[in-house]
Ligand binder design. Structure first.
Ligand SMILES: *Cc1c(COP(=O)(O)O)cnc(C)c1O
Length: 222
């Protein structure tokens, strides 16, 4: 199937028709991104700063770049001027660094806080205690150049649907709980980024507003 046909199939399957689709193009050649762009995609997800840097100048200016991977502090500056949304903010230290880079270039940088919801140890993200600690810190309230638009999470890589559902549900519950708290005005909590090729339908059923789909659109990454 072509990228265009894959895209249509993915969108037609959505249980939340208002859900946003981020086309995850990591490792894929520019021609694939252009094909997806021609089919109407504007939101692309990448997980390596260097790859975004090489692809970004080659794509039309209205392409929206989503950084979905683990981001190293020393590389923020390369994407800070144009990145549309950083999904993987997995530590307070990283959030403060993003704020600092935003200040330098006078741009408020949109981010999501990545929560650790999976059973696996290896996945990045805040746990509940770390999140609460950050939210109550004076340094947090003093941030000026980030906009926290919501939360992101990745479920355990498993065939067990009930496990995946349980993890997504826990993130949605936290999301709703945070919404009812009084937080600084730079916290807007609109987006819940959860769901990939294997689990985006479950994620949407559990309240995802944004899915990050790669292989179902572009094919496997080998
Ligand atoms: C690679 C990746 C995806 C997309 O994965 P697919 O299974 O190819 O859809 C989504 N989110 C993150 C954080 C990723 O690294």
């Amino acid at each position: 199937m072509s990228i265009k046909a894959n895209l249509e199939a993915v969108k037609e399957s959505f249980v939340n028709p208002a859900g946003q689709l981020i086309a995850v193009s990591k490792t894929k050649p520019l021609d694939d991104l252009k094909e997806a762009y021609a089919a109407g995609v504007r939101d692309f997800g990448e997980n390596k700063v260097q790859e975004i840097q090489t692809k970004q100048p080659e794509m039309p200016a209205d392409t929206r770049w989503h950084m979905i991977g683990h981001l190293q502090s020393n590389k923020i500056k390369y994407i800070a001027p144009f990145v549309h949304l950083i999904h993987g903010v997995d530590s307070f230290k990283l959030l403060k660094e993003i704020d600092k880079q935003g200040k330098k270039i006078d741009r408020i940088i949109p981010v999501l806080i990545q929560m650790h919801i999976a059973e696996e140890e290896s996945k990045f993200g805040f746990d509940r205690a770390e999140l609460d600690e950050m939210l109550s810190a004076a340094e947090f309230a003093a941030l000026t150049h980030v906009q926290i638009e919501g939360l992101m999470g990745m479920a355990t890589f498993t065939e067990d649907e009930s496990q995946i559902r349980k993890e997504f549900r826990s993130l949605k519950t936290l999301f709703e709980e945070l919404k009812s708290r009084s937080l600084p005005s730079f916290v807007s909590l609109k987006e819940l980024s959860m769901g990939m090729s294997g689990d985006y339908l479950i994620a949407q059923e559990e309240g995802s507003t944004m899915v990050r789909v790669g292989s179902a659109i572009f094919g496997g990454r080998g």
